[in-house]
Design a binder for this molecule. Structure first.
Ligand code: SF4
Length: 369
């Protein structure tokens, strides 16, 4: 298959690894931003193929992981209401809040439904005019266009019983936050390929220039990732800090102009809290004033939400590239995908879950034995 098999070809991968070995002369720390990239790196053992000078650390680009606990609790409180049909993508249903997950809310009588698109909710709203239909709109810039379109369409149809519970985050401010954080170790980024397919890469250019940090927009297959690492190492070795595009088959500098226009029409930039990290200024979206009647935060008053993260969890440090999942004392023991304690174990895209699902907890146990 074109654009897939060749990006999983072990002969091509070996050539790129050899070129990385020839290029690197000293230690570098590179962060892949996306959870999907982390997943591929761990699945294919890309980090094991690299020369010892190169350390990969894992970034905050897993949308389920960075959705704050108080937002999940707010979603559960809305989903428990008898007048609400609460809709979500399936991966949010098993994310634990302070008192169970959405499956448990459903088992207790909540009308919780899995949908495959926010547009499905419009049909549900039309078929259930006596109910309030709420869609849990989480994610990065990749999911924002469809959510924006759903609200835009609801307004065009005059639907009054549909709303979004918005917890959207955007990538560039999180990278700036990482580069500014005390003890930062990141020297180069593999940029988020899918996010840039929507948004383009121009907003990354000031970050590369200001912080002297190369950013290589990178895809998700093994050869993509190795090429992205090679381009990043070349820049680091040559003292350059530019935005490069390893993923031209999906990403252009301007991105998807129609999608960007729709996002800008429906959402405003807002401060957002990231689970494990805290509030990052201007790091997310909220519904624009013109669409406030579709804002679940505006419609439903939910009070007295008090949350507490387990003290043992170091997911905030994992998300900033300061630690690896295997550095956590709970990894693979108290904390697993069946009993997740923190942000990066709750979603399959989280770094801790990726390490666990590909057996890295067994590697650390073997090393201790
Ligand atoms: S293994 Fe669990 S407790 Fe440890 S950092 Fe990851 S999510 Fe947190």
């Amino acid at each position: 298959m074109k654009y897939l098999d060749e990006y999983r070809d072990d002969r091509i991968a070996k050539k790129v690894v050899d070129e990385i070995r020839r290029t690197v002369t000293r230690p570098w720390v590179i962060m892949e931003v996306c959870g999907g990239q982390t997943h591929s790196i761990v699945k294919y053992g890309i980090d094991y193929l690299l020369p010892p000078e190169i350390e990969l650390v894992h970034g905050p680009g897993c949308p389920v992981c960075v959705t704050p606990l108080d937002m999940i609790d707010r979603a559960h409180a809305i989903a428990r209401r008898p007048d609400v049909i609460f809709c979500s993508f399936g991966d949010m249903l098993r994310v634990p809040g302070s008192e169970g997950d959405l499956f448990q809310v459903r088992a207790a009588g909540g009308n919780v439904r899995i949908v495959y698109s926010p547009m499905d909710c419009l049909k549900i709203a039309q078929e259930n005019p006596e109910m309030k239909v709420v869609f849990f709109a989480i994610g990065f810039e990749t999911t924002a266009p469809a959510n924006a379109m759903a609200v835009f369409q609801a307004k065009a149809l005059g639907l009054r019983n549909f709303s979004l519970l918005v917890s959207h985050v955007v990538v560039p401010p999180s990278m700036t936050g990482i580069l500014q954080s005390p003890g930062n170790r990141v020297q180069g980024f593999l940029g988020p390929g899918h996010v840039c397919a929507v948004m383009g890469w121009s907003e990354y250019e000031p970050i590369a220039a200001r912080y002297g940090t190369p950013i290589v927009i990178t895809g998700f297959e093994p050869v993509d990732l190795l090429e992205g690492i090679l381009l990043t190492v070349r820049q680091l070795e040559q003292g350059r800090a530019e935005v490069e595009n390893q993923y031209p088959r999906a990403v252009s500098r301007e991105g998807n102009v129609a999608a960007r226009r729709r996002i800008a029409q429906v959402f405003d930039i807002a401060d957002r809290s990231w689970r494990g990290i805290g509030i990052i200024p201007k790091s997310g979206y909220k519904l624009a004033y013109a669409f406030r009647e579709y804002d679940a935060d505006h419609i439903f008053e939910v009070q007295h939400i008090r949350t507490r993260e387990p003290e043992i969890c170091i997911s905030g440090q994992v998300l900033r590239g300061l630690k690896k999942p295997v550095d956590c004392p709970a990894f693979g023991t108290q904390c697993s995908p069946q009993t997740p304690l923190g942000a990066t174990m709750v979603s399959a895209e989280g770094a801790c879950a990726a390490y666990y699902n590909y057996g890295r907890h067994l590697v650390s146990l073997e090393a201790e034995a």
